[in-house]
Design a protein around this ligand. Structure first.
Ligand code: ATP
Ligand code: MG
Length: 554
């Protein structure tokens, strides 16, 4: 699905328009700065569509920069998954991907510059002591006893920090700003700490690592970022962002702007919580189709276009919000309704035997791939004496509302004949095992001449040519709309978020490719799971045909 309407304007575009009109900038350079400590999720998709989308629309550029200052939590697998997901979403970053760690040497030099200006000092207070002196929101902090150490001594200590002469936690480099600031982040924030950790990019070259607030603004300035977009929780940190840039000798002055993060109902969008879901085996991995990760949603059957469309529909504001899952589902449903070939699959099969149909005969019938798009062509379906139908599509007796197969009544088999149910076989538990029917040979693709009408149409699969298949039916991962607000979000995990069914699919599906998407008549939109094989087909339900959830919960 191509993006139809132009992207709607938002407050960030208005700022950019103004900056271009005033001559402050003649182009737009943005960046998407993920920390490689997990897979990307739908919140990141919002940020990606915003940053890369602005670069596309203003013919500027967008960098992919890994914000990699926490080596213990990061790794190269996360780096690779993030690159793959951004590309899959359809975006291209400027040049090679970048890393904050590319700038470690420059960052070190800027830290030395601050020390030399008397604007940073090495503090040997313990983390507890630092915390105790920080004060509270209502109470000013107190100066550290190390705040007035001479420049020469600070330079020496900082060099020793780098040389590995101080233990982890024994000291840190702090910016000298204002212990009485109303903004906690300005109360002499730590800008470097000792960490004897191996880094996925720099190996063992460093045993001190810069903090986010110091690193991010300088990386933006080095790369010539014009508009540095982040989420609202960094609003206060903007003071520190600007303070660092003003106090070092760097030419370019990027500006930070904040927008509200995406929250999605019935799921969590915080890496910390997603890591917990993976580590505690509540899901099968980062790409479990119930996960709100890009990898999970892709495996669920969502397309990149549908995610971009979703991000366009939700827009960008400064207002806190909680977006309904049905908004995301509507995007993929709208797309697949137009593009997904129709197929027949029986998820919960029961056997039908057509007693007046010749025993070894098979009829290959042409069936349309789409009800309103002839350009999608046809495929062959196999009709024979034995068929599978959905067990919920048959009742021995039923009232008029039940428009499917009932004893002594007729129903139409989709794309094929009308059949009439005669009698059933049951097992010792009383469950129906076989339904015996007759068919009317004059009803293939047309109504009988005597004016009889079938009460309804049901889907089916010819038994002899069918392939066995597994169907994974997914539901919301949580039972409450805002699981992140719960004390124990694990207690609200939906135990029935995955239901596995075993049934049959029509022959045309045997050759289906991984992630190929279909509409299975009446049961939903499905895609082929990456682990599916022709001997053991596996389909994941992307979404139901209609928004049934709205009916249940609303
Ligand atoms: P999390 O809270 O999940 O750990 P994060 O902000 O720490 O997220 P990063 O990898 O640092 O994760 O984020 C990269 C970029 O994506 C940042 O610019 C961040 O603001 C943005 N981002 C993260 N989560 C969301 C969200 N829910 N909505 C919009 N943007 C987000
Ligand atoms: Mg982060």
């Amino acid at each position: 699905m191509a993006e139809t309407a132009p992207r709607p304007t938002n407050f960030i575009r208005q700022i950019i328009d103004k900056d271009i009109a005033s001559g402050l900038h003649n182009t737009v350079v943005t960046r998407f700065p993920p920390e490689p400590n997990g897979f990307l999720h739908m919140g990141h998709a919002k940020s990606i569509c915003l940053n890369f989308g602005l670069a596309e629309d203003y013919k500027g550029s967008c960098n992919l920069r890994f914000d990699d200052t926490n080596p213990e939590k990061e790794n190269i697998d996360f780096v690779n998954s993030i690159k793959h997901d951004v590309e899959w979403l359809g975006f291209e970053w400027q040049g090679k991907e970048r890393y904050s760690s590319d700038y470690f040497e420059q960052l070190y030099a800027y830290a030395l510059e601050l020390i030399n200006k008397g604007l940073a000092y090495v503090d040997f207070s313990s983390p507890e002591e630092v915390r105790a002196l920080r004060g509270t929101l209502t109470e000013a902090g107190k100066n550290s006893p190390y705040r007035d150490t001479s420049v020469a001594e600070n330079v020496m200590h900082f060099e020793k920090m780098r040389a590995g002469e101080y233990q982890e936690g024994s000291c840190s480099l702090r910016a000298k700003i204002d212990m009485a600031s109303a903004f906690m982040c300005m109360r002499d924030p730590i800008i470097y700490r000792v960490k004897f950790a191996h880094h996925h990019q720099t190996g063992d070259a460093w045993c001190i690592y810069p903090m986010y607030d110091f690193t991010h603004c300088i990386s933006d300035a080095i790369e010539g970022i014009t508009h540095s977009l982040c989420t609202l929780e960094f609003q206060d940190n903007r003071r520190l962002y600007d303070w660092v840039i003003e106090n070092i000798s760097i030419e370019r002055t990027p500006r930070q702007y904040e927008f509200s993060r995406l929250n999605l109902e019935y799921t969590v969008l915080s890496k910390r919580k997603l890591i917990q879901l993976v580590d505690e085996n509540h899901v099968s991995g980062w790409d479990d189709p119930r996960m709100p990760t890009i990898a999970g949603i892709r495996r669920r059957g969502y397309t990149a276009d549908s995610i971009r469309e979703f991000c366009k529909r939700i827009g960008v504001t400064k207002m806190d919000n909680m977006v309904e899952m049905s908004m995301l589902e509507a995007c993929i449903r709208d797309e697949l309704n137009a593009t997904a070939p129709r197929r027949m699959a029986v998820l919960d099969p029961i056997k039908v035997v057509i007693e007046n149909y010749p025993k070894d005969q098979v009829e290959w019938i042409d069936a349309a791939n789409h009800p309103s798009d002839d350009s999608m062509g046809t495929r062959k379906i196999a009709f024979s004496r034995e068929l599978w139908i959905e067990s919920e599509d048959f009742k021995e007796e039923a009232n008029k509302k039940f428009k499917r197969l009932v004893l002594d009544k007729e129903v139409r088999l989709r794309n094929a004949y009308m059949i009439k149910a005669l009698r059933v076989d049951k097992n010792s538990d009383g469950d129906i095992t076989t339904i015996y029917c007759t068919y009317d040979p004059e009803t293939l693709g047309k109504d009988p001449e005597d004016g009889r009408k079938a009460k309804g149409v049901i889907h089916w699969v010819g038994a002899a040519q069918a392939s066995a298949a597994q169907f994974n039916l997914y539901d919301r991962l949580f039972t409450v709309a805002n699981p992140a607000a719960q004390d124990d979000f694990g207690a609200t995990i939906n135990g029935e978020s995955l239901v596995v069914k075993h049934g049959y699919v029509e022959p045309a599906l045997i050759e289906a490719e991984v992630l190929q998407r279909f509409q299975f008549e009446r049961t939903g939109y499905f895609c082929v799971d990456p682990a599916s094989k022709s001997e053991q087909l596996v389909f994941n339900r992307t979404v139901e045909l209609r928004d049934t959830w709205a009916k249940i919960s609303g």
